[in-house]
Design a protein around this ligand. Structure first.
Ligand SMILES: [Fe+2]
Length: 243
């Protein structure tokens, strides 16, 4: 396999702190599997501002990475890990971020946000505006999974892009395992070159092979060069490592 040097900027690798990996053994198994697929680094992005995981503050997430760093270095030598967070948009997330701090995707100024709901909420626009006013670059996770009707979905994506929000696609959606709507919307964004990055959003060893099949789907659709852009150059830019 040629040198891929991919970076995965959205993953639930830190064990036991959200709905991702449950134990460090599972984390290590995931890392070995994605390393074999050509990844050289990951950002750990546990859920943040989600009612069931309110203890996931930037300081706590950093502490958790430190806690496991020795065993990761021993088991998966040379693999780079950074901290981040996946900020759930809600009517209380700005207050949570002001209280606990804003988790960036690794060392850069980008912040991963996600949203689940039937309609895009006013607090979604407010959260984007808040992050930008504080000097951060918002990155919306898996926009293809937002299942608004076509008219609303197109309008929200268009406005987010106009506002300068970057879009992150999910490998599993592009492999077709998240339903036909997510696949169709994901392929539309991929073919029209509207994704800044693609990431795994892995939650453990479960379905990791399905996620990794997304790499083949991307290459088959837009070619190897664009695959490299979305998994190497784009992520380096988000991490602030480009240049
Ligand atoms: Fe996620």
């Amino acid at each position: 396999m040629p040198e891929r040097n991919f970076f995965d900027l959205h993953s639930h690798l830190l064990p036991g702190i959200d709905d991702g990996c449950e134990r460090i053994e599972e984390t290590i198994a995931c890392l070995k599997q994605i390393q074999a697929a050509g990844f050289v680094g990951s950002v750990c992005t546990p859920h943040v501002c989600v009612s069931s995981f309110l203890e996931n503050t930037p300081a706590f997430i950093e502490e958790q990475l430190q806690r496991w760093s020795t065993i990761v270095e021993r088991e998966v030598p040379g693999y780079q890990l950074w901290t981040g967070g996946e900020v759930r948009i809600s009517d209380h997330c700005i207050a949570d971020l002001e209280r606990h701090g804003i988790p960036t995707i690794g060392p850069g100024r980008c912040v991963l946000v996600d949203y689940f709901g039937r309609h895009w909420p006013d607090c979604g626009w407010e959260t984007i505006e808040y992050l930008q006013s504080e000097g951060f670059q918002p990155v919306l996770a898996h926009p293809e999974r937002m299942d608004f009707n076509d008219e609303e979905w197109q309008a929200v994506i268009d406005r987010l892009e106009t506002l300068g929000v970057w879009l992150q696609g999910n490998l599993r959606c592009l492999a077709g395992y998240e339903g036909s709507l997510a696949l169709a919307r994901g392929m539309e964004l991929l073919k029209s070159d509207r994704y800044r990055i693609i990431a795994s959003d892995l939650h453990g060893t479960h379905a990791l092979d399905e996620r990794l099949r997304g790499l083949n789907a991307i290459e088959a659709t837009v070619g190897e060069e664009q695959l490299h852009q979305l998994l190497h150059h784009g992520p380096k830019e988000v991490l602030g490592l480009a240049g």
